[in-house]
Design a protein around this ligand. Structure first.
Ligand code: LLP
Length: 423
C-alpha cells in the first residue's frame, strides 16, 4: 500500500495533508513516510529471520540521521562508501560491527578511521587496495577484516550509468583475477579474509541477474576452497529495483528467499555449513517512501510547448537530468480544469533542468506538485548549484510530522568562503 494517498481530494503522507507540510515548512521539501521505511525493513527482516544474515542499508541512497537511527534501532546493518558516511552511521548510533565499508578509492585516513571504529568488513576493490589496507592496519597493529568485491561480468539490464557488474565498469576485481587476489590477500599479515562480495547494479527489476551473479560467486567460492581459502560470508550487494513507472520488481522477500534457497542447496550439496549472507540495499529500503514537494512558480509557453516552472530543480533531484529517469508527478490538490501537456522544469540555468517531460496536468501558478518515488538518491545527490539552498526534510509518522533536516539558509552556503586580502 502506498504511504501517499488522496483523502478528500488532497494528497496525504500517511495522516498528514501535504498542504499542511508546505504551509509549515515551505517548499521544496522532501517528505518521507516512517511506516513505508519500516515496512521495507520488516520485509527484509522477515525474509532473513532464523538465517545467518546481515541486511545492510546502503546509506548513499538517503543518509539522513533520522532514517539511519530508525533502521539501526531495528537491527539493520549499514553499507558505507566514505569517511563521511562512517561518521554519519556512528552519529546515528549504529554498532560498527554491523557496518561494511565499500568503495573503489578509500583513502588511508578513511581506512584508519574505519579500523579504529571496528567495522565489520572492508569490501576491497583492487589488489592495490589490499596493500594499502595492509599497511594502514599494520601501522595501527590491527588486522583488517576483508572481503574482495568480484566483478561477475553479468548484465543487470539497467541504465548504463547505474550498472556496475560488467567488465568495462571500474568496480571490483575481474573474475579471472580473483583467485590470485585472494592468494595475495592471504599472504599479507595484517588482513583477515572474511568473505566475498559483488554488486551488479541498481534498479534491477528481474530475479535472473541476481541469480546469475550468485552462480558466478559460488563458482569462485568453490575454486577458492579448493585452494585452501575458506570464506565465512557472501555479500550479494544491493540493486533491487522499485516502481517508478509501473515496473514490477521481485518482492523483497521473494528475492531474499530465492538467494537463500540457492545458497542452501549449494552448501548442502557440499556438506558444508551455510555461509552468512549479507546484503546492501539502498533504493528498495527508502525509494518509494519519499516524495519531493514543490510549488508551481510560473506557467509559460514557448511556441507549442507548455512549461510549468517549479521551485524544485535539478540541483534538488538530479536523476531526471542525469539518467533521464522518470518520476511520477501528481498535483497535491486536483483541479477540475482540462489538463495540458507540460514539461515540468526547474529555475536552474540549464536546458537539462527538467523533472518530467510531457506530463498531462491541470495546473495554475501556486499549485503544489508531488514528485514521487524520490526517497532514494534524491536529497543525497542534491547540490547547491545556482546557489540554491537545499530543501527541508520531513518525516511523517501517522498524524505527526517531524522536521528531520532544516532547510539550508543562503548565508550557510558561503559561510566557509573567504575573499582575498585587501589590495
Ligand atoms: N552496494 C554498492 C557497492 C553500491 O555501489 C550500491 C549503489 C548499493 C550497494 C546500493 O544499490 P541499490 O540497492 O540502491 O540499488 N544514483 C543512482 C544509483 C546509484 C547506485 C550506486 N551504487 C540512481 O539515482 O539511480
Amino acid at each position: 500500500m502506498s504511504p501517499f494517498s488522496l483523502v478528500g481530494g488532497v494528497l496525504h503522507a500517511e495522516g498528514v495533508p501535504l498542504t499542511r507540510i508546505a504551509q509549515t515548512f515551505g517548499t521544496p521539501t522532501w517528505v518521507y513516510s516512517r511506516a513505508a521505511i519500516e515496512q521495507a525493513w520488516d520485509e527484509f527482516a522477515a525474509a532473513s529471520a532464523g538465517r545467518r544474515a546481515l541486511v545492510c542499508y546502503a546509506i548513499k541512497a538517503n543518509s539522513n540521521l533520522a532514517i539511519l537511527e530508525l533502521l539501526a534501532r531495528r537491527g539493520c546493518g549499514f553499507d558505507i562508501v566514505s569517511g563521511g558516511e562512517l561518521a554519519r552511521v556512528l552519529a546515528a548510533g549504529a554498532d560498527a560491527k554491523t557496518v561494511v565499508f565499500s568503495g573503489v578509492g578509500k583513502t588511508a585516513a578513511e581506512m584508519r578511521d574505519a579500523l579504529q571504529a571496528g567495522v565489520r568488513c572492508f569490501n576491497v576493490e583492487s589488489e592495490s587496495e589490499l596493500d594499502h589496507l595492509n599497511a594502514v592496519a599494520g601501522s595501527l597493529q590491527l588486522k583488517a577484516p576483508i572481503s574482495l568485491r568480484v566483478n561477475p561480468d553479468v548484465d543487470a539490464g539497467t541504465h548504463p550509468y547505474i550498472s556496475t557488474g560488467l567488465r568495462e565498469n571500474k568496480f571490483g576485481i575481474a573474475h579471472e583475477r580473483a583467485l590470485a587476489a585472494y592468494q595475495h590477500a592471504a599472504s599479507l599479515p595484517n588482513l583477515r579474509i572474511e568473505g566475498i562480495d559483488c554488486h551488479i547494479g541498481s534498479q534491477i527489476t528481474e530475479l535472473e541477474p541476481f541469480l546469475a551473479a550468485l552462480e558466478r560467486v559460488l563458482e569462485l567460492v568453490d575454486r577458492l576452497a579448493a585452494h585452501g581459502i575458506d570464506l565465512h560470508h557472501l555479500d550479494l550487494g544491493g540493486g533491487l529495483g522499485i516502481s517508478y513507472q509501473g515496473e514490477s520488481p521481485p518482492a523483497r522477500g521473494e528475492l531474499l528467499g530465492a538467494l537463500f534457497t540457492r545458497v542452501q542447496g549449494w552448501a548442502s550439496a557440499r556438506g558444508r555449513e551455510m555461509p552468512e549472507l549479507m546484503f546492501e540495499f539502498g533504493r528498495s529500503m527508502v525509494g518509494n517512501a519519499g516524495l519531493l514537494l514543490s510549488r508551481v512558480e510560473v506557467l509559460k509557453e514557448n511556441g507549442d510547448r507548455h512549461f510549468a516552472v517549479v521551485d524544485a530543480a535539478m540541483n534538488d533531484l538530479m536523476r531526471p537530468a542525469m539518467y533521464e529517469a522518470w518520476h511520477d508527478i501528481v498535483p497535491v490538490v486536483a483541479r477540475p480544469s482540462a489538463p495540458r501537456t507540460y514539461d515540468v522544469v526547474g529555475p536552474v540555468c540549464e536546458s537539462g533542468d527538467w523533472l518530467g517531460r510531457s506530463r498531462e496536468l491541470a495546473l495554475a501558478e501556486g499549485d503544489l506538485l508531488a514528485i514521487l518515488s524520490a526517497g532514494a538518491y534524491g536529497m543525497s545527490m542534491s547540490s547547491n548549484y545556482n546557489s540554491r539552498p537545499r530543501g527541508a526534510e520531513v518525516m511523517v509518522d501517522g498524524d505527526h510530522m517531524h522536521l528531520i533536516r532544516e532547510r539550508e539558509r543562503v548565508q550557510d552556503l558561503f559561510a566557509g568562503e573567504h575573499t582575498l586580502p585587501a589590495e
